[in-house]
Design a protein around this ligand. Sequence first.
Ligand code: SF4
Length: 342
Amino acid sequence: MPEPLLKVTDLSMYYKTKTETVRAVEGVSFSIGVGKTFGLVGESGCGKSTTARSIIRLLPKTGQIVGGQVLYQGRDVAKMSQRELREIRGKEIGMIFQDPMTSLNPVTTVGKQLFESLEGQGLDKQGMHDRAVELLRMVNIPEPEERLGNYVHELSGGMRQRVMIAIALAPRPKLLLADEPTTALDVTIQDQVICLINSLKEQLGMSVLLVTHDLGVVNEMCDQVGVMYAGRIVEIGSRRQVLDKPHHPYTEGLIRSLPAEHDTRSRLQSIPGMPPNLAREIVGCPFAPRCPYATDICRAKAPGVVDRLDGHLVWCHHADESDRAKVTESTGILDPREEGAA
Ligand code: SF4
């Protein structure tokens, strides 16, 4: 099997202050093959963005990687010097963040920001100009020549997002970290951005780590999916394994909370309760207070991993269907899957 482009093994990242330690990422492992898209999905605060930022060590002062390993092209990111990191950040590894205003420079023109991203490619002034226009055209920016002279505040939200994508793609990165790339956009622009990233992935052969709370976006973009809860991955597998045959109650809950296509009458089901406070020690399964299948063992012991089939991994004491049926029968609760079907 070919080596993955990115291999994350048992990664843990904590925010440490004088008064508390927040265990934001706990023992996360996954890998991304060349030309593949891996989606990290979950509610806000589940650790997915922090995982993405930990990969390139783009963390605030309070953030510390306390365990695990990140291998990029077989090189240990933790052992890279700041200079080596700067070399790969934005060049080999491109980044798109949710809010373009935080990553674009408000006092520099779009053109200048694009030229900076094109440095080191051996282009002369005219070559840089032509390539910058080509990039803006590639992300469907109208009148690209004129836009080069614009400042960020002169552009609409959708255009800013596309400019940020153009800047991220200018150095032809091998890996794109896309953190909620479509959240701030309206639906039509969202679709355009998804199509754009997918087609550029094909053209450039790049890999993508997509961070999102939106399972619809996962369905359109990802080859593999990891579902995160309370800083951990609770289910991982191919897109079809996870979306069509989920085995973790949290994944099931996320899928049930999606509106069904062409169905405007059924009530949407939400997951009751709140995620746990990651500054407190968690005993047992972190999802237990919200889980309809929780039993005594769930509250006492953290679940180990269960391999369902072909690398479809689930961290749950009752990952098995028949086991879950026994739980609902003995407790008398209504199985949420039947409730949704009723
Ligand atoms: Fe629910 Fe128990 Fe599975 Fe946790 S381990 S998700 S509480 S059934």
